[in-house]
Design a protein around this ligand. Structure first.
Ligand code: 13P
Ligand code: ZN
Length: 273
């Protein structure tokens, strides 16, 4: 255990759970995290794997993830406890050769299964792996207060959320220049929400689940944490602005587009049209 904990990706995974819990983004078992391991990662920790546990249905097909390994939080497990007892709270799973089944090869030593949102995580990984040519590795789900609050008062469409958050500070179009996708309320853990989220992930790195939380995708643990930190900070500012009577002015397309001219940030200007 000691040794696996010291492996870099493993340590970073647990650190993100801890940081996220400390930000108040993960009450009780709220939220989940998955990491698509590189071949190097797998080679580093393969000596800890065992292959006795049965194959289980994923519920969706993710052909391009066949044979891959993922580190994933357990269903019903608390982010709060992950850093101290990773072997009780997280697992490493292997995807079978058809992309329809998984088996646990490490972790969840006291029983349990990967997050109930596994279909969404794996479908998002599948989409992002293709689009980013393998660069994307992390999918992060959480329950941040202000972003969820806004999902009860803003119109539930990509354009409204993107523009409202971009208005709050220039860091927003810098950190999420493709914008924010929005998915209406669905049963958590359902195939329906997995499919709708994966569709949005073709365009966005951030997807808001109305009345529930946020999914972020990125190439590193720092990147997904940074996205959520920025989204939630902007959402907090917006909640304050609304509580203080609302905006008296808003940022223009021309102002935001200077980010491209000055810093080469490829902001999706269609949100202003
Ligand atoms: P799990 O405990 O199954 O990961 O579920 C938490 C959650 O946030 C569901 O959306
Ligand atoms: Zn959730």
């Amino acid at each position: 255990m000691e040794e696996i904990y010291n492996v870099r990706f493993f340590n970073k995974f647990c650190r993100l759970c801890d940081d996220s819990y400390n930000r108040g983004w993960n009450e009780a078992n709220g939220g989940n995290l998955s990491y698509r391991m590189s071949e190097f990662d797998v080679d580093e920790v393969r000596k800890y794997f065992s292959y006795e546990r049965d194959w289980q249905d994923i519920g969706v097909t993710v052909e391009n993830l066949a044979g891959e390994y993922f580190m994933v939080t357990g269903s019903g497990k608390y982010f709060k406890n992950t850093k101290e007892e990773p072997d009780d709270n997280v697992c490493i799973i292997e995807i079978d050769s058809t992309g329809t089944k998984y088996r646990i090869v490490w972790g969840l030593v006291n029983g349990g299964r990967p997050t109930s949102e596994l279909p969404t995580h794996l479908m998002n990984h599948s989409v992002k792996k293709d689009i980013t040519k393998g660069k994307n590795r992390v999918i992060f789900h959480n329950h941040p207060i202000h972003t969820i609050s806004l999902s009860f008062v803003l119109d539930l469409d990509d354009r409204t959320f993107t523009r409202e958050l971009w208005d709050m500070m220039p860091e927003c179009p810098v950190v999420f220049p493709r914008g924010v996708g929005v998915v209406g309320w669905h049963t958590p853990g359902s195939i329906e929400i997995a499919e709708e989220t994966a569709e949005k992930m073709k365009r966005f790195d951030v997807v808001v689940w109305a009345g529930h939380g946020v999914f972020c995708a990125g190439e590193s643990f720092d990147r997904v944490f940074g996205i959520l930190d920025t989204v939630e900070k902007a959402a907090t500012i917006l909640c304050n602005v609304k509580a203080m009577g609302g905006k008296k002015w808003r940022v223009t397309k021309e102002q935001v587009m200077t980010l491209y001219e000055n810093y080469g940030i490829d902001v999706d200007g269609t949100f202003f049209d």
